[in-house]
Structures are given as C-alpha cells and as structure tokens.
Design a protein around this ligand. Structure first.
Ligand code: AHR
Length: 633
C-alpha cells in the first residue's frame, strides 16, 4: 500500500528544479542548434579550406587563395581570394559540404549571405544547392554591388525545390578581376522564432516542450578548454558575427575511441543568444565560467593566483552584462545588442569539474569578489566528477566550509548505482549548501562509447533516482541530464538525451522521463509512504509525490523495477479528490530504445483512471514508470 498525505508538506519545490544542460559536444551548437549550414564560413578552421572544395576549371595556379590580414583583423584574419582574371562566366566555383551535408527542406526559403570585396564591379554569384545525386534543388543569383575595393555585405533568398538530407552548396562566379570572400553563410528561414541567423527550430522545440526551469550553458569541459588559450571566453562571443573569434572545440579530439572531427566553435551562438534562449524558454539562465583552470583530464593548466584577476573580472562583467542598466559599461553592450531589459541573472557557476586545493583556492577568490559586489547572486561550485571518490569528499567538505550556495554534483554511473542511490539525499543537511545535480545519466555497461545506448534500462533507473531528487527538493534545487544533444553522424559521447540527423530528431526514453518530471513539477513535495515507510526501492518501488497548489493537483510518480506487473493501491489523505485521475505510463523491455527509424517506440501512454473515494488502484507493468495526476477540490 502506498499512502500519499497532502497535509504533510515536506518541502517547497524550487522553480529551477528540473532544467537542461547545454554543451557544444556531439555537434550540439555548430552543426546543431545553430542553424548555419555552411561549415567553416570564415576560413578560420585550422586548415583554412576544411569543408570547401574548388569547382570548374582554374586557368592558373593561384586562382583561389586564402589570404591572411592578421595585422588588421585578429578575430577573423583569413578570407578567400578568387582571381577571375580577364573574365569568367561560371567556369570557376567553390562548394561547401556543410556539417555532414546540409539538411534542405522542400519549398523552404534559404538566405545566402556573404562579405565581399571586388576589384571590378559587375560580378554575379550563381548560388546553387545540389542533392546527393548532384541534381540542382534550388538556386539564386546575387549581383554584387557597392564601391570597388571595399568590404560589403549582401544577401539573397531563394526557395528549395526539393528536400535533401545531405545537400551541398555551389557558388559559381561571373565577372572579372579579384574577388575577396568571407563569412559565406546559408540559413534556413524556419528558425526558432523566425530569427534571422537563428537556431534550429525542431531542436529548440524539444527543449521548450520540457518547460525547463533553467538552462545551464555553455557546457562542461568546453568551459575549461583543453588548455587555457582554448577556454570559453564569453566576451569573445558578443557583437557582429565577423568579429567573434572562433576556437577549436574542446571535443575536437579522439575521444571514446572515435577519431577527432573538424570541430570548431564559431560562436555564432554566443552568450547573448544563450541568455535570449533562456528567456524564450522561460528558464533561469545558468552560465558557468572558467575559474582559471583548464581541463584537469588534459593539460590541467593553471593560472597563478596572482594572475587570476582577469578571470574574476569576467565574472563580475558578466553579471553587469546580464543585469546592468545603460549607465554600466556591459549593460550598455547588452542594450546595444537589442535587449534593453535585464536578463535577471541569479546563478553563476565558478568552474566545471575542477578539483583539488587549487580549485578551492581559486573558488574563494571568486566568492570574495562576487559576493562583495553582488551578494544576491547564487554561486555554484564544482564537486569534481565521481561522487564515490576521495576527490569528491574533499571538495564537498571544503565547499561547505566556505558556505557555498550551491554544489554541482556530476554522476555518469551504471543504472544499478542510480537505483542504489535513490536515497542519496535523504540525509543531506537541509541548512547547508543546496545541490545542483548538474550532469547525470545512467551508463549501461559503465562506458561512454557505443552509439545510442539510451536503453529503457538507463531511463527507468534515472526515473527511480529522480523520485529521490524530488523527495529531497528541500536540499536539491536543480537537476539536469547530460549531454543534451547528439548528431547521429558526429557524436563523441553517448548516451545523450536527444538524437538527430540533418532533418530528423527524436527523444530517447530518458528524454520522456525528464519531460514527465519537468512538466509535472508541482509546488510542494508531500509525504509518500511505501508500507508505512519512506524507503527508496522498498518492494522494488520508487515513489515520490508532489502537490501543485496553483493547479490543485496531486501528482504521484512511481517506478516499478520488478520484472512482473503488479497492482498497487494508493490511498490519499489530506484533501478531497475528484472522481477521475489521469495516468501516464512508460514501460518497455530493458534493452529497448528509440531510434531515427522508430522514434516513438518508448513514449508515455495516456489513460484515465476512475478513483474509488480516496483510493486509486493502479496497474504497474513490469519495469515501468507511471505518473498519476489527481485533481482535488
Ligand atoms: O557531458 C559531457 C562531459 O561530461 C562534460 O563536458 C563534462 O563536464 C563531463 O565530464
């Protein structure tokens, strides 16, 4: 028997309880939510012509060159020079392969744009999309205008006549003399909120559907960088696109036995866009900043304490950028970028998966400076990587001594660990630091290799664990699964919450588990007893219950890890129930998973359930997760 007592509130549930963790890993940003279709648009990848190839006949050696104006432009030094000599009529061209090809939709409008400098007026560009069979599926023409020998921007839109999953972009030239090209770009018009140069709509819609309480950005290890030169620096991600200096992505490495991809961060998606996304989603923005330490799994490069000031200043300036008014230096920059209202930043993370006394020393410097100027900003600190390690315990103790606001715990562990730890927070100190379960996922086999290991076995273990997070909302303020996205042809890490290719997307079973929790968050945890006790996993059941005072609903989440179907009675106390409840059920074989071919194999199934007075009788299938929602008077 399960007894849910609505008159026994256990704790208030933070509005940030369930959120999302975004990182540019697995082609999450470039080639992912950032809808740019051209790869290496500014020729700044380590090999300047990565993604590009030459087309047609070149009359002489050196017809197409990459030039570097490093002395004048450090952020975007390279451009392409095409020599059209005494005249070329579409004999010479260049082609871009996109990120694993370009996903093109029939009848959709595309905007081609570029920066150019022509020596002789009268050049025309013929832009053409071709499908996998090299058949044209959309074209446009752009007659270049403006004074000779000066840089200009121009664009043209055209419609695709057919769809293709792996199209290419060809650009043919007609004209005379030198033609310099930079920032060559192609965007679909169906971006999220229709923003020009915006984000891929289907990906953002998946997040919006989760109604996340927060979005953590720009990631985990990419914050740290392989070395400090390649750490994430938010100030370099603002302003005109052509001034945002790209860097190599931290995940451009051989990882999990997969070869290094051509993976760069172009920062078309920068901090302004992340804040704007948080606002669009109704989620609290949770930026994480480098604390003067590069990735300790790699170079472990450290900034000496006496040289930490610029890092701390970046944090102070970020708060001003997000919240400052027009009288402040950084508030003014946000306003000039088109957002007069503050972004209302409340949380800031100092470091990601950093550890050791070196981390604590640096965290203290940040704490002192930030709290002195912005006492209300809640600071999030890292507790390293493995919750079972000495490293973790050292950090946890040191951070509590510092009176940390929030401690960020990460666990990528086998499903059994999640089941065993569903009571992890039952005895955590309610008066100390709050917990941010900042990155977690159940890893079947304990490995991070093997494309799509998002089995039901992993998702059900996460659901069981999440009942423990929810029951402990008195100490757990925030939680997010990680990583969020993976491109089926360009991933470094698995499992992930959402998988996609250039045109399609699907949620894993873990995605639906996350969504069921985050869209049924409630306002207060209430007592739920299994056989008169609060024991996670008793009778192979994991249960949590919340009350939503605004909607007048009681919501019970139940996980049955038994291999057989069972009937359970739930008795409700403390409020008078309506006559009918609604039920969402997820169940499957432990080895089942969703895929691009079968995206909805495991999704919640809805049903209604008649109540008998104050009692509900529910059927729990083998290995199932159920959500029962009961209106009350
Ligand atoms: O989520 C993938 C990686 O896992 C993150 O970048 C890092 O914080 C963690 O090690």
């Amino acid at each position: 028997m399960i007894v849910v007592n609505a008159s026994k509130p256990v704790a208030a549930i933070s509005s940030t309880m369930w959120g999302v963790f975004f990182e540019d890993i697995n082609m999450g940003a470039d080639g992912g939510i950032y809808a740019e279709l051209v790869k290496n648009r500014s020729f700044e990848f380590s090999k300047p012509l990565m993604g590009w190839s030459m087309k047609g006949k070149r009359t002489k050696e050196g017809d197409v060159l990459v030039l570097n104006r490093q002395d004048k432009n450090t952020a975007n030094p390279r451009f392409l020079r095409v020599n059209l000599h005494q005249g070329s009529s579409r004999e010479l061209g260049i082609a871009n392969e996109g990120f694993k090809g370009m996903g093109i939709k029939k009848e959709l409008t595309y905007e081609f744009s570029l920066m150019f400098r022509h020596q002789t007026k009268g050049t025309t560009l013929f832009i053409e999309l071709v499908n996998e069979a090299n058949k044209p599926i959309g074209s446009g023409q752009l007659k270049l205008e403006g004074e000779a020998n000066k840089w200009h921007k121009q664009s043209v839109t055209f419609k695709a006549t057919e769809a293709a999953a792996k199209a290419k972009l060809n650009i043919w030239f007609e004209g005379t003399g030198f033609l310099d090209l930079d920032m060559i770009s192609l965007f679909p018009s169906d971006t999220w909120k229709g923003r020009r140069g915006g984000m891929r709509k289907d990906m953002i819609q998946m997040l919006a559907d989760m109604k996340p309480g927060f979005i953590r950005f720009p990631g985990g290890c990419i914050v740290e960088g392989m070395d400090l030169a390649n750490r994430y620096q938010w100030k370099k991600t603002l302003g005109p696109l052509e001034e945002r200096q790209l860097i190599m992505n931290r995940w451009n490495v051989e990882f999990a036995h997969r070869p290094a991809p051509d993976y760069f961060q172009t920062f078309g998606l920068g901090f302004f866009e992340y804040f704007q996304l948080a606002e669009d989603l109704g989620a609290e923005p949770v930026p994480i900043l480098n604390c003067g330490m590069a990735c300790q799994f790699n170079t472990a490069e450290l900034v000496p304490l006496e040289q930490l000031d610029p890092y701390v200043q970046d944090a102070l300036d970020l708060i001003e950028f997000a919240n400052g008014d027009a009288s402040t230096q950084w508030g003014k920059i946000r306003i000039a970028m088109g957002h007069p209202a503050p972004f209302k930043l409340k949380y800031l993370g100092v470091g990601n998966e950093n550890w050791g006394p070196q981390y604590i020393e640096r965290a203290k410097v940040f704490q002192q400076a930030i709290k002195a100027k912005y006492p209300d900003i809640k600071l999030i600190y890292s507790s390293g990587t493995n919750p079972e390690s000495d490293r973790f315990h050292y950090l946890d103790t040191a951070l509590r001594k510092m009176k940390a606001d929030v401690i960020d715990e990460h666990y990528y562990m086998p499903p059994e660990w999640f089941l065993k730890n569903a009571g992890r927070y039952d005895n955590y100190d309610r008066n100390g630091a709050k917990i941010f379960a900042g990155e977690y996922a159940a890893h079947v086999d304990g490995k991070i290799v093997g494309s799509n290991r998002n089995l039901w076995e992993a998702a059900i273990a996460e659901a069981a664990f999440m009942t423990g997070l929810e029951r402990n909302a008195g100490v757990v303020d925030m939680a997010s699964y990680a990583p969020l996205f993976a491109h089926a042809e360009g991933w470094q890490w698995a499992p992930d919450l959402i998988w996609l290719d250039n045109l399609n997307i699907y949620g894993t079973p873990s995605y639906y588990v996350q969504k069921m929790f985050s869209t049924h968050k409630g306002t207060q945890v209430i007592q739920a007893l299994i056989n008169q006790k609060v024991v996670a996993g008793a009778d192979q059941l994991y249960v949590s219950a919340v009350r939503d005072e605004a909607k007048k609903e009681l919501i019970v989440k139940m996980v049955n890890t038994a291999a057989n179907s069972r009937t359970k009675q739930i008795s409700f106390q403390g409020v008078k129930l309506a006559k009918v409840a609604s039920l969402l059920t997820m169940s499957a074989n432990l080895t089942d998973k969703n895929s691009l071919d079968d995206p909805s194999l495991i999704t919640p199934k809805a049903a209604s359930l008649k109540l008998k007075g104050q009692t509900a009788t529910v059927q729990l299938p083998a290995n199932s997760f159920l959500l029962l929602k009961v209106p009350y008077q």
